[in-house]
Write a protein that binds this ligand. Sequence first.
Ligand SMILES: [Zn+2]
Length: 399
Amino acid sequence: MRAVRQTTRDLRRRNRATLLSSLYLDGPVSRLELGRESGLSPATVTNVVAELIGDGVVAEAGLVESDGGRPRTLLRIRSEFGQVIGVDVGETRVRVGLFDCLLETIATVSHPLGGTPLDPEEVAGVVLTGIGDVLGQRGTDPASVFGIGIGVPGAVREGGIVHAPTLGWSGVGFADLLRQGVSAPLYLDNCARTLGQAEMWRGAGKGAERAVIALLGVGVGAAMATGGDSFSGVSSTTAEWGHTVVQAGGLACRCGSRGCLEAYTGSDAIVRAYHRLPGAEPILATGSEAMLAELVERAGSPGPAAAALDRAAEYLGIGIANLVNLLGPDRVVLAGWAGAMLGPAILPAVRDAVGRHALSYLSEQTEVVLGALGTEAVALGAATLPIAELLASGGRSAG
Ligand SMILES: [Zn+2]
């Protein structure tokens, strides 16, 4: 009997999850459309929707004309159902965003970090301050936040243990450090993966069958996402793409190897390469972001700055061509703060390099595009973690 009850409950949860995900991706939609898309019977749709409305996750959103018949009622996810927080722990700064249930931004804050290696307790303190700041900006009740997602530049193991060589972290219990200061459930994941999820849900990856989201910053990473039109089918894994070798006996990389992609396309690496060119005037700005911004501005006219960006574009194109040859994606998205800064200047050269280095039958099917979510993308991506949990649970994880 127990097994049977379990199965019925599982089925109900699955039906709730299916309809919620459909509404999240395509809403507002009518009950009829929900039925068509999910394959569930009209009676099941009616019952499950009534439950979701009763729980306050879903609301009716006006009427839409239908061909000849009665107008149909539209349904939507209630954005006021609850809030989520997304945190981007970058190598240069911590960005924190407060978002509503539909991932519309309510408040954001950004705090710079000192140079690496970063003290985990200090970073946790900055994250908690940032969370307090975004809640304070609008006087948000912390109890209305049903989850906090954290994106980190490294691998996250069971129990929120973080391995992030670029931060100097090995086996850091970062989740435990944060848990002392927050009560909402915490979700940690790699920042390239969370960024990939955000670009797939809301940005330049939407609708792609098989997308690679490249995260460009001081470090270089990538997430692979297979999505298509189905929300629940989005899954992605990260690769240490930045440490694939593109030049035998090449420049030293901070991972200890030589000739890594990151040693040519990471933001600090690009600035260093510029300084080695004849006739290069020293960059006066301090901090990785300001230095790259100054370089991009100088590259507007011919000279060593433009040459440095051309070289970075060539290596980035080689790195992408390798991905194209290995994975055959239909879309490659250049994202991350450095991607947003460099993208408009280097995109044509990157596309050109991909065309020369990848097999043409594969590269012809791949479009290389710029990310659509800008510098907030990693924080937004981190916020997708508790939302994904909410949808998977059929709206039961909150409240
Ligand atoms: Zn490396």
